[in-house]
Design a protein around this ligand. Structure first.
Ligand code: UDP
Length: 477
């Protein structure tokens, strides 16, 4: 197990963004949780310290938990490449996609359990009876029984899922069911994601949230935004590259590095271009390739200053996602075969993952600079990239799937794509947003208010506090 060190953050900071009554409730929640959990530790266990929505959320939830005076910690399990191939298979199956089509039989179960047995020994050495352990996603489900036997209150939180159940998703659930049933409680991003065998009396629906103060979301003015993009080499223009200072999450000052090769075609868009941006892991279900195809097929109908940026992590830095390199390769091959006019205006970007704060500030600047943020996922557990863009007031065009439906009311605070595979509809919605900037800005502004109402950390923390109360009060099974 690897421990992720997270500095505490005071709840007052979040309170400053809220109406007084809501801020007061947040402080009360903090006090209640501190009293309730005195003498106990709240553990989070997941599969990666960086990259993806779970790591993103843990950074801030753990920080606010600590800031509220609750001993909150975060550990990352260790696994080998076979383990992560199996868990990626599960991830795809739960999303209704066969993924690599590989088996999930006894040998896979044995390997999954063997890797988790090693992790269990490490985590049990630290967890005390009465502690609360939040296990995140399929990679950790197999730890539930062992941790309960150690006297911990165990919650399994599932951040993924698909609205419709079928034979494909059932295959994944059949594998996971014996582990999930060992947890004292479960948490789901949407009600529809929970299979019908999940105990309804201990199940909760808790939507994710974002933190407005992280490097990913903090306010940047237009000069900062262009400065960051120029310094990082994500856009070109204006002679010298500026020297950009930024604050790390621990408050320490630093400078953005100059990169030469983030835009893989070596020809970043000009600083004045209007950008259509999708930020995603290189996961097939995010359909980066479909975005590229849809844009390329219709690029000639869009104004010449519109460029597409497909932004994902540098795959060499991602250990828990074996599919990433392959998907990036497929996108690169597709890009190489585009007609020249479309190729010149489409760009694949690989952001370094060795520095989370720098990565976050680049994503922040891209989401702010974008004329439109798209998220053309085929399935989406929740879609924090949508929340992040909405918070920045950037107009969003996203597939009407999974958790995106909980965030966007089509035509009110963003645009929804009814069929994610309909490239014509995708391109025409994009064209409408680009040719009606005042209307698009109104959607963006409404998006920001939607996030303020529903997707900030105070709502999330208070749902956690309620769950902890119920867990700690329940008789030990
Ligand atoms: N992300 C990032 N850099 C990247 C790609 C993604 O920081 O190169 C972040 C993104 O900003 C978001 C998270 O990873 O915070 C992705 O979360 P989401 O819920 O959209 O999808 P997931 O990856 O969990 O399926």
């Amino acid at each position: 197990m690897q421990h992720v060190e997270v500095e505490p953050l005071p709840l007052e900071r979040l309170g400053r963004l809220l109406a007084p009554e809501r801020a007061r409730r947040l402080m009360e929640t903090g006090e209640r949780a501190r009293d309730l959990l005195r003498g106990r530790t709240v553990w989070n266990v997941n599969a990666t310290a960086q990259g993806g929505g779970v790591a993103e959320m843990l950074q801030t939830l753990v920080a606010y938990g600590r800031g509220a005076g609750v001993d909150t910690r975060w550990s990352v399990l260790r696994g080998d490449s076979r383990f992560f191939a199996i868990t990626k298979r599960l991830h795809n199956l739960l999303h209704g996609s066969p993924g690599d089509g590989g088996p999930l039989g006894e040998p896979e179960r044995e390997h999954y359990e063997r890797v988790l047995a090693g992790n269990l020994a490490a985590v049990r050495a630290e967890v005390d009876p009465g502690d609360v352990v939040l296990l995140h996603d399929p990679q950790t489900a197999g730890l539930a029984a062992g941790l309960r036997a150690a006297g911990a209150h165990v919650v399994w939180r599932c951040h993924i899922g698909s609205d419709a159940r079928d034979d494909v998703s059932d295959q994944g659930w059949d594998f996971l069911r014996p582990y999930v049933e060992q947890a004292d409680a479960t948490v789901w991003s949407r009600r529809a994601y929970a299979p019908d065998w999940v105990d309804a009396s201990t199940m909760r629906v808790i939507a994710p949230s974002i933190d407005p103060f992280t490097a990913k979301n903090l306010e940047l003015d237009q000069d900062d935004v262009t400065g960051i993009l120029l310094a990082a080499g994500l856009v070109t223009g204006r002679g010298d590259r500026p020297h950009i200072a930024f604050s790390r999450r621990d408050g320490s000052p630093d400078h953005l590095r100059h990169h030469e090769d983030l835009v893989l075609d070596g020809a970043p868009p000009p600083v004045g271009a209007r950008l259509v941006v999708q930020v995603s892991r290189w996961d097939r279900l995010k359909d980066m390739a479909g975005v590229l195809r849809g844009f390329a097929e219709h690029a000639t109908q869009l104004d010449d200053d519109v460029h597409l940026l497909l932004v994902g992590p540098d795959v060499s830095g991602v250990t828990d996602d074996p599919e990433g390199a392959e998907v990036l390769r497929e996108c690169t091959a597709l890009w190489e075969h585009l007609p020249e006019a479309a190729r010149r205006r489409s760009h694949l970007v690989a952001l370094p993952m060795d520095d989370v704060d720098e990565n976050a500030i680049m994503v922040n600047a891209l989401q702010r600079h974008a004329a439109v943020v798209v998220q053309k996922s085929i399935v989406e557990g929740f879609g924090l990239t949508v929340t992040e863009a909405m918070w920045k007031g950037t107009p969003v065009l996203a597939s009407a799937v999974g958790g995106i439906n909980d965030q966007i009311d089509g035509g009110v605070d963003g645009l929804l794509l009814a069929d994610p595979l309909d490239l014509d509809a995708f391109a025409s919605s994009l064209a409408v947003l680009l040719t009606h900037p005042t209307w698009a800005a109104r959607l963006g502004a409404a998006g920001r208010e939607r996030v303020r109402r529903q997707f900030l950390g105070d709502r999330h923390l208070s749902q956690y506090a309620e769950m902890f109360e119920a867990l700690v009060a329940a008789p030990v099974r």
